[in-house]
Design a binder for this molecule. Sequence first.
Ligand SMILES: [Zn+2]
Length: 427
Amino acid sequence: MQSTLFTNVRILDGTGAMPYAGSVLVQGNRIRTVGRSSAALSPAGAAVIDGAGATLMPGMCEAHTHFSWNDSATLAGIQTMPLEEHVLWCAKIAKRYLEAGWTSCVGAACAKPRLDVVTRNAINSGQIPGPRYLAASQEITVVGGLGDETLPHLPFPEFSFGVNVNSADEMRTAVRLFLKYGVDSIKLNLSGDNFTQDSPAETTWMSDAEVAAAMDEVRIRGKRGTSHARSAASVKQSLRHGIDVIYHASYSDSESLDMLEAAKDRVFVAPGIAIILAMLYEAEPWGITHAKAVQMGYMHEWEAAQESLRAMHKRGIRILPGGDYGFAMTPHCQNARDLEFFVKYLGMTPMEAIRSATLYGGQIMMKPDELGIIKDGFLADLLLVDGDPLANLSILRDPKRILAVMKDGVFAKSPDIVSQRRWEHAA
Ligand SMILES: [Zn+2]
């Protein structure tokens, strides 16, 4: 069994405890022992990695991932990428996420029916490198809703960007098809979105009968429902129907907050706020000036979202990083910006932000007892980081500062770079 001993590291274990100097022994794919000194670890035959004071922390989890978003500025730009190129794109992006320190990702919808499933299967069978991955369906929407990218003058196709349903029966058909493909979750677009002006963020168009049909099938197969839910009504609809993962949750009222709090041991909220900020302040190269974004409703939503998410955080509702990276204005692998946003706008401490990417990550990946923190017996998903993320969260999105990435006991980004770097510093 292959063993690796990290010595001389600052252990930031993901639980919320303050970092401490110590050593971590990995055997096979698990953390065997965490200790304050390496002497006690007796690492017979282990490869020794001298961290030279670098931070060792759990691999991070992206809670709202779209590998198949291809850095376009529009949904149509994603949808029209030919299938063959799209498969290769997903493989490339999966590798990049892993090397950037995202050792787990929760798929939150893909752009063609089987892109997520095929990517997950290729990762799990060792064909391509990538994070632990939960594969999503396409977005399921109602006609005219977010994700309906069919053109009015063309015949109604079976698949557009999202899958359009018009009844509980059509919902059941769509959900069963994705379950047949092997998805881990079914994504329902319960609210609209300011990205699509004909179905803005505060609209809530899917019927309860349609959501109930979807969740009935999801439960029968032991899978999970996730929702695009920006409006307060769609958050409540998610909770009424047993959806575990709620994306966005920008708008709230006291009833939705009470319902979220009552379900806080079951529910995860991944707001994906980067896209709102990017639309407001960083999207001018793609024709969206600040004034245009305000007119589209983004400022109204941003103000509501800060208030809603701060209230959720105060009530102990789990808020996780990630979401809607993969557009031109939110390029892939800048995802750790979310941790900075959580501190700056939602009232989290840096430690709480780290915990949202690690401890909560293991929980949303459905492995709460073996993933997400540095602890004896847990899966060996680890990052070696140059510096102190608690003092400066932005180092987590700087590839030069991510010195090594280990997933399942194997290096995805080699620590050889560390030795070389240390040697260069010494020279
Ligand atoms: Zn999304």
